[in-house]
Design a protein around this ligand. Structure first.
Ligand code: HEC
Ligand code: HEC
Ligand code: HEC
Ligand code: HEC
Ligand code: HEC
Length: 441
């Protein structure tokens, strides 16, 4: 056999291999870009939201595959923890693919689906072809959050929307009151693992029943458009309609939403040689706990007190007034701290913190602040329920010269992940301010 024939055979083999294992290609008619050709404004809003960017979210990919931004395995994530299982991670992140593959008896690997773009993520077509969304719990109160149990799709793929007289040249439509119900969102914003690790819908349902919020998810996260607009901007022979909502889905990544969520009060008071700082934090703007979702999110109340020369006052209060290690302890290799390592400083962490099982390699210590998939027990839950104020107290030693010129600063910041976790995964820690108060004595 000549070298040329061998090469030819090798090439043919590769072509054969490609034919044997075709990669999954999503239907181009379900591509949000296809919908966006007519629904231009809605497409732009959705595409700049977290749900629109979901399929590209590197944090999700890395936490599933246990890799870091450099593509190296770091052992931190779902697949290393489960020795490569697929689990249910794909359900809410690539929902149409999961339902399609489930119907064929296949499981979906979220990492592969994201890398090969086998799905459009939380797409227009997915939300608008849901015919029925039902959130069930068993006798023990545990939710069934598998997507193929909670969602029934329209068998003909008819587009469901809020308007009864909508007419589209591209697709049949049907008016569906379920579009305006929280259950449409709840099927994904609720994750029953060993614990209810994402509890947003359950939190909302309780708050709504108790009258602590009178709004649905859509009413807060899809702002009302206050003028008549076309449903499809590229099709101009249809009437402009009132009462439509923007597909912006702003949440914890939207500074304006974050500023609406919490009220922060802070009162410093002189008590002999000590300065007592009292704080109240109340969730006045969110219809669920804050932080509201997965167990790696956290909100930190940080208190700083300075003398007239800007020197920090020594903290002399109880240990419960100091931030836990999850607020950041510095580089584990050299102990060096950066400006965002706040463990041991005055403040309070609002978060839902889980611990793993004892890990033999770590001398049977438990990892603290783990994702829901690794949660074995709850360490603490200080998340802020709607309309339930939380008070805290911090005590400092006043300078010999007294309280004059002393400044106290309180601020609330939102962190996407615990600082030690972001450090270990080489994630750039996203930290956004929610509220702040400064008082001078
Ligand atoms: C029942 C639905 C559901 C399942 C199952 C699910 N997720 Fe998620 N996931 C969500 C939702 C909803 C969010 C958004 C929460 C937010 O940002 O407020 C999210 C957010 C995340 C984030 C944070 C992304 C960021 O940018 O900070 C990561 C990481 C993640 N998921 C990984 C996983 C992994 C790994 C699994 C499997 C163990 C999984 N998810 C299973 C619904 C789900
Ligand atoms: C060729 C243009 C075109 C394309 C492509 C298109 N639509 Fe439409 N769509 C329309 C028009 C026109 C209407 C109705 C406008 C009206 O009656 O006010 C409409 C209405 C809708 C409605 C409202 C239905 C109701 O009953 O309230 C939804 C939801 C919708 N489209 C979603 C989609 C989705 C999802 C896709 C992609 C899978 C898509 N559209 C693709 C033109 C289009
Ligand atoms: C198919 C599952 C699914 C459905 C249905 C769904 N979501 Fe989401 N949502 C997600 C996931 C997953 C994310 C996180 C995406 C990411 O960051 O990669 C998310 C993110 C969000 C965020 C952004 C949070 C942040 O931290 O910025 C908001 C707000 C949100 N969803 C609101 C809604 C609302 C309102 C509805 C109902 C109209 C809804 N979602 C329906 C899965 C879903
Ligand atoms: C997370 C689920 C979700 C996704 C993703 C989504 N929508 Fe919607 N859409 C809704 C909901 C809920 C409403 C109803 C809002 C209301 O109460 O009027 C709606 C309403 C609409 C309407 C009617 C106008 C209105 O405001 O009532 C159109 C048209 C539409 N969507 C098109 C799209 C297109 C196009 C995309 C993708 C670019 C998309 N949607 C993505 C949930 C979604
Ligand atoms: C009364 C208004 C209101 C209602 C009702 C509401 N939200 Fe929110 N939501 C907010 C505000 C404000 C924030 C920003 C604060 C924050 O991130 O916790 C937020 C944040 C979020 C986030 C970001 C995650 C996080 O850390 O909090 C998600 C996801 C979300 N909401 C989903 C939902 C879903 C799903 C529902 C319905 C089951 C819902 N919201 C109902 C106001 C609301």
């Amino acid at each position: 056999m000549s070298e040329k024939t061998a090469l030819f055979l090798l090439a043919a083999l590769f072509v054969g291999a490609l034919h044997a294992a075709p990669t999954i290609q999503p239907d181009p008619k379900k591509d949000p870009k296809y919908c966006g050709a007519c629904h231009q404004r809605i497409y732009k809003e959705w595409a700049s939201s977290r749900m629109g960017k979901g399929i590209h979210n590197p944090i999700v990919y890395q936490f599933y595959t246990g890799t870091n931004p450099e593509g190296q395995q770091d052992g931190l994530g779902f697949q290393p923890f489960t020795h490569g299982e697929k689990g249910d991670c794909a359900d809410c992140h690539v929902p149409e693919l999961v339902l399609d593959e489930h119907a064929k008896g296949h499981e979906v690997d979220l990492g592969v689906a994201m890398k090969q773009r086998q799905d459009y993520g939380i797409s227009c077509n997915f939300c608008h072809t849901i015919a029925h969304a039902e959130i069930r719990r068993d006798a023990d109160g545990r939710y069934d959050t598998r997507l193929f149990d909670s969602v029934k799709r329209d068998p003909q793929g008819v587009i469901h929307g809020p308007f009864a007289d909508a007419q589209s040249p591209a697709h049949p439509t049907v008016a569906d009151p379920n579009l305006r119900k929280a259950e449409l969102c709840g099927v994904c914003h609720l994750n029953q693992e060993r614990f209810l690790s994402i509890s947003t819908y359950d939190d909302w349902k309780k708050a709504y029943a108790e009258g602590k919020t009178d709004k649905t998810c859509q009413q807060c996260h899809m702002p009302l458009i206050d003028k008549p607009v076309l449903l499809a901007d590229a099709v101009t022979d249809r009437p402009k309609r009132n009462g439509t909502r923007a597909h912006t889905f702003g949440g914890a990544h939207d500074p304006a939403m974050l500023r609406k969520a919490l009220r922060l009060d802070m009162t410093p008071r002189v008590d002999g040689e000590r300065l007592v700082v009292e704080t109240t934090v109340e969730n006045i703007g969110a219809g669920h706990k804050v932080p509201g979702s997965g167990p790696i999110r956290n909100v930190i109340l940080k208190i700083d007190a300075f003398d007239a020369d800007g020197k920090p006052l020594p903290y002399v209060g109880g240990k419960q007034g100091l931030l836990p290690p999850l607020a950041g302890t510095g580089n584990p290799k050299n102990g060096r701290r950066d400006a965002n390592d706040w463990a041991g400083m005055p403040g309070k962490m609002y978060a839902k913190v889980y611990e793993s099982k004892p890990i033999p390699k770590m001398g049977n210590r438990r990892m603290v602040g783990v994702g829901g998939f690794a949660a074995d027990r709850l360490a603490f839950d200080t998340t802020l329920k709607p309309r339930e104020p939380d008070s805290a107290r911090f005590v400092f030693k006043l300078p010999a010269s007294g309280a004059t010129g002393v400044t106290v600063k309180a601020r609330l910041v939102y962190r996407d992940a615990f600082k030690p976790l972001s450090d270990r995964k080489h994630w750039k820690l996203a930290q956004r301010e929610m509220a702040s108060v400064v008082k001078k004595l």
